[in-house]
Design a protein around this ligand. Structure first.
Ligand code: SF4
Length: 286
């Protein structure tokens, strides 16, 4: 089992990404070079799709989403930095591509598949990193995801959206922080700050389709990942350590009623407008 406290302890003498690779090898028996090879393939797909889908219109199954990335791409940002703007357009693009059955890397899940491409595409365009630097940051993202998966859950059906898109954002925040600072403690703070910010977020897809509110949550959550990373890089610490935040998230997830865990019965899915959209969709899909 991956425990962040142990990872942190080991990273005092070994780079964080190497610690994570070693731990994965001890757990699975797979050679670190082989793990890196697999992750390289995933990262290449993420970067290719981010490039191809950036700001495109998509035809999704329900039509409730599909033109959000396009609208944002054709808008001049008033508030977002170049980095955040690019990350947001990318996150929306990939989430809409997922909703139209496009090629995605479920990182950690399909519903939350826009967040990691968001930060990595912005990283490429703004900082021009080497592939190896990005791969190291991606390994760190994987380590954070593994801690949450081992100690809690990354499934919206089990723990609400906090567990799904919250994990994606914590992974993205940690990856960004590692790319900039190579500081394991700051990485843990970034992940903890992110997860704390969205604790309790419910899973409430309209009609059970991964479109509303999922697509726009990808666009918003990528910015929580970025601001948490910025705070952690400045030296701001999470008062509650990452492991404990994950434990708390698990308890909150288990206490959510079934209606708020991917059943499409509660939250946004239970609004008047959602119900009317879904009943029209049923006629359309029949
Ligand atoms: S609302 Fe549910 S289905 Fe949608 S992204 Fe969140 S966890 Fe996934």
């Amino acid at each position: 089992m991956f425990i962040w406290k142990d990872i942190l302890e080991m990273s005092r003498n070994i780079p964080l990404h190497q610690v994570i690779l070693n731990m994965e090898m001890f757990e699975t028996g797979v050679d670190p070079d082989e793990i890196k090879e697999k992750l390289s393939k995933m990262l290449k797909v993420i970067l290719e799709e981010a490039e191809t889908q950036y700001g495109k219109k998509h035809e999704t199954l329900t039509g409730m989403t599909g033109d959000n990335a396009f609208k944002l791409r054709n808008h001049t940002p008033n508030f977002l930095s170049k980095f955040s703007y690019m990350a947001t357009v990318t996150a929306l693009s990939i989430a809409e591509s997922n909703a139209s059955m496009g090629r995605i890397v479920a990182c950690p899940t399909a519903g939350a598949s826009g967040v990691i491409p968001g930060v990595f595409n912005a990283m490429v365009k703004i900082f021009n990193p080497t592939f190896e630097e990005m791969l190291e940051a991606f390994i760190v993202a994987g380590g954070i995801g593994k801690v949450i998966a081992d100690k809690a859950t990354i499934s919206g059906a089990a723990g609400g959206c906090q567990a799904e898109i919250g994990t994606a954002a914590a992974m993205a925040s940690g990856a960004l922080t590692y790319y900039i600072a190579k500081d394991a403690e700051k990485v843990g703070n970034a992940a903890a700050l992110t997860l704390k910010s969205i604790m309790g977020l419910v899973c409430d897809p309209v009609g059970g389709f991964v479109e509303v509110p999922c697509v726009k949550r990808n666009g918003n959550l990528v910015n929580i990942a970025i601001s948490s990373s910025e705070m952690a890089l400045s030296g701001i610490k999470s008062v509650i350590p990452f492991d404990e935040v994950v434990d708390a998230m698990k308890k909150v997830g288990s206490s959510l009623p079934q209606s708020l865990r991917e059943t499409g019965e509660g939250g946004i899915a239970n609004t008047q407008t959602a119900k009317s959209l879904v009943s029209n969709l049923k006629i359309f899909l029949l």
